[in-house]
Design a protein around this ligand. Structure first.
Ligand code: FES
Length: 101
């Protein structure tokens, strides 16, 4: 991924947490796992618009803070359901996070 939006240093997102950003007019949530990986998704839960960036992150599993639905950040798929969230390509280059929306 050579292009994408530079949303700033990875250090602004503590490991194990997510933050909301607006890039190119699109709202996204970006997550920094304890393992140092980054993932980007839509910001609102498809169930009742829970703020996904405030969810509980364990590995690559994100649990919505409102009703505890679980999503895999790698694929967007909800565990045990036919629902998914949008995911976007995200990577770290020289300490900065780049997201392609
Ligand atoms: S709003 Fe996310 S599980 Fe209900």
């Amino acid at each position: 991924m050579q292009d994408g939006y530079d949303i700033g240093p990875l250090a602004q997102i503590p490991p194990g947490e997510g933050r909301n950003f607006s890039v190119g007019g699109t709202r996204i949530a970006v997550f920094h796992t304890q393992q140092g990986e980054v993932y980007a998704t839509q910001p609102d839960c498809p169930h009742r618009r829970g703020p996904l960036a405030d969810g509980l992150l364990g590995g690559t599993t994100l649990i919505c803070p409102l009703h505890e639905r679980a999503f895999d950040l790698r694929t967007g798929e909800e565990a045990g359901a036919n629902c998914r969230i949008l995911t976007y390509s995200a990577e770290v280059r020289e300490g900065s996070v780049f997201v392609k929306v």
